[in-house]
Design a protein around this ligand. Sequence first.
Ligand code: GFP
Length: 829
Amino acid sequence: ELGDRKAKVEKMFGLMDEFLKNDSISLQKDILDHVEFTVARSRFSFDDFEAYQALAHSVRDRLIERWHDTHQYFKKKDPKRIYFLSLEFLMGRSLTNSVTNLGIQDEYADALTQLGFDFEVLAEQEGDAALGNGGLARLAACQMDSLATLDYPAWGYGLRYQYGLFRQIIVDGFQHEQPDFWLNFGNPWEIERVHVSYPVKFYGTVEEEVLNGKKSKIWIPGESVEAVAYDNPIPGYGTRNAINLRLWAAKPSDQYDMESYTTGDYINAIVNRQKAETISNVLYPDDRSYQGKELRLKQQFFFVSASLQDIIRRFKDLHRNFDEFPEKVALQINDTHPSISIAEVMRVLVDEEHLDWSKAWDIACRIFSVTIHAVQPEGLEKIPVDLLGSVLPRHLEIIYEINYRLMEELKKSFGQDYDKLSRMSIIEEGAVKSIRMANLSLACCHSVNGVSRVHLETLKTRVFKDFYELWPHKFQCKTNGVTQRRWIVVSNPSLCSIISKWLGTEAWIRNVDLIAGLKEYAEDPDLHTEWKNMKRVNKMRLAEYIETLTSVKVSLDAMFDVQIKRIHEYKRQLLNILGIIHRYDCIKNMDETYKRRVVPRVCIIGGKAAPGYEVAKKIIKLCHVVADKVNNDPDVGDLLKVVFIPDYNVSVAELVIPGSDLSQHLSTAGHEASGTGCMKFLMNGCLLLATADGSAVEIAEEIGAENMFLFGAKVDEVPALREKGTTLKDSLQFARVVRMVRDGYFGLKDYFKSLCDTVEDGGDFYLLGYDFASYLEAQAAADRAFVDQEKWTQMSILSTAGSGKFSSDRTIEEYAQQSWGIEPCKCPF
Ligand code: GFP
């Protein structure tokens, strides 16, 4: 019967078009069909949002077509696959990126014009998918794009949060948080797979059983929640491959509450079942302290368990013997958040597949790689033993067993060096006995990655020194990268055209090394003219946006100076604001002759503060009070404007970055693992003012330190400086600007007192006072460079030309070869 049905389907397919058509008429028809049948509006009356929805569905059809083909092909070829586990993916918008990668942007733009719509206007209707906090999550999104483009057989796995990162609204200069109802109007980019679901278990007890005469452990869980798959196709550029990002949503399970039904408590039974959904409800804002948060642990295990069931099911479709598992499966742990997957793999292999421990451990060690994104040991997650034991009792036992064996092995190398053993132990003793998730990963993973060279050094010499001495071969550097598809082609189409024109090819979009070819033309006057025009048009767009949002009018002749990133003390937005106050103070005290020489600036700051992070919230307020004073001071006029852009997200970055002249990356040296924002600015020919931290060190090597403005203490100087303690007397200028804030020059004297205390004598942990003088020098150097527009443009071109290394394509190639051992698998259509 099945054979018969297959024959019928094949016959029918023969009658259909091979692929969906992409000519203008077909696209128009498709969009209108979706207006009528998917959005259910009349094709004679629909608004921009409905047009966007119909357009998105039409694009989605084309994505699904490729996504099916890719998976059929992967299935046929059965290559080793990489499974990328990440608790966060910051995808942003999908429409423009999808049509760009599918190579049908012009066709869609034309079809929409014929229908009386503008592609860009419709693209603005899309909200951001903000299922992540910052760098780590956006990196995961860039890496998915590269995995698809480079034809790797890859899957992303994560959580489908009902509420993404909170929306930031600013009321009277203060940050307020609002929930991100991103799914309220539907999400055309995902495919709900009700039939792809797995039970995920929690709580309960562990019992012993005897199987074939052997004692073994069995977990009797106390709760079960259903994980339902939502698939998000990720198209590659210049290839037919489209890979899958599978996000799990929690749904109530049928099991475990039959009791309530039978006792007649029908309403409570439903309410309790509904509670299961809270697991995937909300993304935790990044406050780096999740200690004791049960829901956080449940989120981690929930997505890890569902993903592993899915991966093992796929493996078992074709294989019987787990010896082959490492030949078919590579698992990437994105930061420590998914590291509970190590214990889960052990549980499945030992308890369910009945492999003996050493065989199971050998398999686990061969499949897992981890990337650490934190710099400080405090940034590494720890889970209280009591909590883990209650939520996942069997996993706690397994972790203890892993640790016991680790300790035995360590004793062979280090004897009775108990200090070392206790530092390396997965279990941290102390007031709250905890599991060190990083140590669990280190014990198992065959490859432990840092995200820049400086960061890897920090991991080797400080954070994981003991592990590095034992297993130096595990430690690798995979300097981060970002995708040029989104960060140039989609967000800066004029720059994209210029690059393609001067290189005489679009091949750089897939092979970004070619971008270095621009160096040859760095002094060409014709290129300079095109480059400056491009920048001006982008600045105009940004200026309009700023005026609409903040009512501040800015001059296009001013230098657009930008710092957009999460607000954090180590990222030192406060240094920027104090620098702005210094500039303001200088302008106020200048006579007219000097004023004429001042390089006008628009200082743009944007970023969210974690809701519970008071200092960061005060920094946002300070930015607003300074802006109020400066922007309304007739003595200053266009010489200085200060703007805070609210609700910073991926789409805002896409608009701001192409319109920036200068961008600031001010982390205290040794605190930013890599930084990826700087790479996006670099690609867009925006000059960097930065400390020698994270990837900025490698950027300087690529483009030449003379083409950026470096300042501040170096990584290896920081500990001694801290030890010594800086005082306000180290910089009179610094003392003066802090005093202005303290004395209430900008108002709210009492409110800002504690903020000033963070940088006062003895308390200046992030060394703002020490770095202030050299920061001002770097700022002055940027001013001088900006006056010479030809020189500036040359530096700008050299920045773009030198950005090739910072493509996520390079990063992914390195992971593929050095950590995962996978090969491309290109769909042959
Ligand atoms: C973290 C680090 C950054 C690094 C990214 C990606 O960012 O330095 O560039 O991860 O590796 F801090 P957040 O997720 O903390 O923003």
